[in-house]
Design a protein around this ligand. Structure first.
Ligand code: HEM
Length: 291
């Protein structure tokens, strides 16, 4: 309660200054750029691959007419494929440099690694129990088990889809050392793995990352690279506590994201999510319309 002054007049209560939020860096600039290149090229590949796969479908033919025919669609598909391949090679180079040249510790094991470990299995079981009210909510470190799953699904998918795609693209070259049946198989593998990737990214990845209650309607951290202290503590309490214990929390403190950039990123992010959801619906319509 406000104390009266010597004159007996009670001073008006001053409004409390709005508490400045502290931001922490989660993703570096190159990581954020890589994600933009990854999702734009993936959307391009899905938007051009699906009309080739379901070429009888009315929306596929409408799209083909709009962009100049199926030849143009294949050209755009190959262009996006080169962009995605370059992004993947850049990522491999980054892993190699950090592991072999900088001898970065904890890349392949430990709390900051993308490699799954025993705690991820326990977290998955704990999460399932928590969903049905049979246990406490699991606490996560730098990457939760589903984030690791998303990462490896894309990593593995890139190898399968990439290899089969290039085998179709340069079939005469691959025919020198692959049997004929294998060249037929790559078309099936490419198409099915692409469908799996499209369904996975536009449903499970979207829900896990952006549409769950903690992040709805969109998790901006992959665009801004930063999150508030409250978000950090809530989503990754073990990482927060570990960094605090090691005295490394201060190194992660970052400037507040610039206002116009957050808004721009929101527009880009929502557009990407809407295109993804539209492609998901069109894929389901085309798929169930042909089986
Ligand atoms: C390095 C990556 C990739 C390369 C080199 C590549 C290349 C190709 C090539 C050459 C074709 C054959 C077109 C034809 O002549 O019939 C094709 C088809 C296709 N691609 Fe890709 N692609 C890649 C990635 C992707 C990705 C990531 C997706 C999905 C998001 C995708 C979806 C498709 C689909 C659905 C087809 C049609 C398959 C079918 O007709 O059953 N591709 N791709």
């Amino acid at each position: 309660m406000t104390e009266p002054t010597e004159t007996g007049i009670v001073p008006a209560t001053q409004p409390e200054a709005k508490k400045e939020e502290t931001y922490y860096l989660r993703f570096t600039l190159p990581q954020r750029y890589l994600h933009v290149v990854l999702f734009t090229s993936f959307l391009g590949l899905a938007a051009t691959g699906l009309p080739m796969r379901f070429s009888d479908n009315a929306s596929a033919r409408f799209f083909a007419r709009a962009v100049g025919g199926f030849g143009a669609i294949l050209f755009l598909h190959k262009f996006c494929a080169i962009v995605l391949t370059l992004a993947f090679l850049y990522h491999l180079k980054d892993i190699f440099t950090r592991a072999a040249m900088h001898k970065e510790k904890g890349m392949f094991w430990g709390p900051t690694s993308m490699v799954a470990n025993w705690k991820d299995v326990k977290d998955l079981v704990g999460h399932l129990k928590w969903f049905v009210g049979l246990g406490p909510r699991p606490q996560f470190d730098r990457y939760a088990y589903w984030e690791k799953f998303d990462y490896w699904a894309v990593f593995w998918g890139m190898i399968v889809i990439g290899f089969s795609g290039y085998a179709m693209w340069f079939a005469p070259f691959f025919a020198k050392f692959l049997p004929g049946w294998a060249l037929n198989a790559v078309l099936v593998v490419h198409g099915e793995e692409a469908l799996l990737a499209i369904l996975f990214i536009f449903s499970i990845h979207f829900v896990n990352t952006h549409l769950r209650p903690d992040s709805f309607p969109m998790d901006m951290v992959i665009f801004t690279g930063k999150e508030t202290e409250d978000e950090f503590k809530k989503k990754r309490p073990l990482e927060y506590e570990r960094l605090a214990r090691q005295g490394k929390l201060e190194e992660k403190v970052a400037d507040k994201p610039v206002y116009w950039w957050v808004n721009f990123a929101r527009v880009v992010g929502f557009t990407a999510i809407l295109i993804g959801l539209l492609l998901l619906v069109l894929t389901l319509i085309a798929y169930f319309g042909t089986v």
